[in-house]
Design a protein around this ligand. Structure first.
Ligand code: MN
Length: 366
């Protein structure tokens, strides 16, 4: 049998931290669209169950569009079972909005609940919603029959040892040697799969779509192929997001003009094969001469037509080569030497102070 494991869809996220209102609305619609596309994929690829390992919705307030679309997608796909575990972002609002819970929507509570996933019960899904109340006790209460293929689903942050009294903490050590074949997790927003013990693996699929620049890289879901007779569990990560976010770090040390900086950025970007649908954050790094000309607004404009969204973040520092000014008889040289000698300005601040002063002398806007 074939199963999809996804998590952290965060449907109805505002998406306004980088994007203007129009594009934020568009991205919000894309998050929902990607969920629907994933269900289409499931239908086309003979997937019989979708595990949603928490944080399906971003907050308790769910728009009518999202609520209706999710509900109708579930009811229109009766051949697929949807196992929806609430995460720390989810509230009861979706389930309580349903006049009638569709037969193919399964959910969980703060005790362990097990569902046989196929007719002969050779694949069993067991899950609970972690809270501060049950977190300490739930591990002892988890007892699994060694015979079937056991999938366990939880939402929270993995820790190797200790701190169990908090909600959303998953004590991996307590889950070892419990006959788990696949531990389906949610909460961490990037894909990660590792061995759990001699028998099973644990896996975070990551969020289905990256939202901010802390969610760069590939995003998608995990496809699980189970052979219950051979007791085999094969998994593969399926990249599925409709757009990707990139952080392009560019060392601009030595550049003297915005045009030279733009060339460095072009060089860096072309090495990364970035699709024009992407969101790109360009981060300028390194050290610039105090007399270098750099205009981040210009640089943003220069690249923003090439991608869905571009922002430029400036992390450069300035350096002064005092020897350059030692013999300079102009007002500029006089000013640099004065700041160099000033004992009430820290050495760290001096390059910035000198740059401002030189720009003022040159009549540039600061
Ligand atoms: Mn979470």
């Amino acid at each position: 049998m074939r199963i999809i494991h996804c998590a952290d869809l965060h449907l109805d996220s505002k998406m306004t931290s980088n994007l203007d209102r129009m594009r934020a609305k568009e991205r919000k619609a894309e998050l929902l669209g990607t969920f629907c596309r994933m269900v289409d994929y499931a239908k086309m690829h003979d997937v019989s169950a979708i595990l949603i390992a928490g944080d399906m919705f971003d907050t308790g307030s769910i728009s009518a569009l999202t609520r209706n679309t999710v509900r109708d997608t579930i009811t229109a796909n009766k051949d697929i079972d949807f196992y929806y575990l609430k995460g720390n972002h989810d509230r009861d609002s979706f389930l309580s909005s349903l006049e009638e819970v569709p037969d193919n929507l399964k959910f969980f509570d703060e005790g362990w609940t097990s569902y046989p996933m196929n007719n002969d019960a050779s694949v069993i899904l067991t899950a609970t919603e972690l809270s501060a109340k049950n977190n300490n006790l739930c591990y002892n209460a988890l007892v699994l029959d060694p015979k079937p293929v056991n999938i366990v689903m939880l939402h929270g942050q993995e820790v190797e040892t200790g701190t169990r009294d908090k909600a959303e903490i998953i004590a991996l050590r307590e889950l070892k040697n419990k006959n788990i074949d696949y531990l389906a997790l949610g909460h961490i927003h990037s894909y990660k799969q590792k061995p759990l013990d001699g028998r099973g693996v644990y896996c975070y699929p990551g969020c289905l779509e990256g939202r901010g620049f802390d969610e760069t890289g590939e995003h998608g879901f995990v496809l699980i192929d189970i052979d219950p007779i051979g007791h085999k569990v094969d998994t593969s990560f399926v990249p599925f997001a409709s757009r990707r976010l990139y952080e392009v770090n560019t060392d601009v040390t030595g550049c003297m003009t915005s045009a030279e900086i733009a060339d460095k950025i072009t060089e860096e970007i072309s090495g990364q094969d970035i699709d024009s649908r992407s969101l790109v954050k360009i981060v300028l790094k390194g050290q610039l001469d105090i007399e270098a000309e750099k205009d981040t607004d210009y640089l943003t404009k220069r690249f923003e037509d090439n991608y869905y969204f571009v922002k430029v973040e400036d992390e450069t520092g300035y350096i002064v080569d005092y020897a350059d000014y030692a013999l300079d008889a102009s007002l500029k040289g006089e000013y640099v030497r004065m700041i160099e000698a000033a004992s009430d300005i820290s050495e760290l601040d001096k390059p910035e102070v000198i740059r401002m002063g030189l720009m003022a002398i040159a009549g540039e806007q600061i």
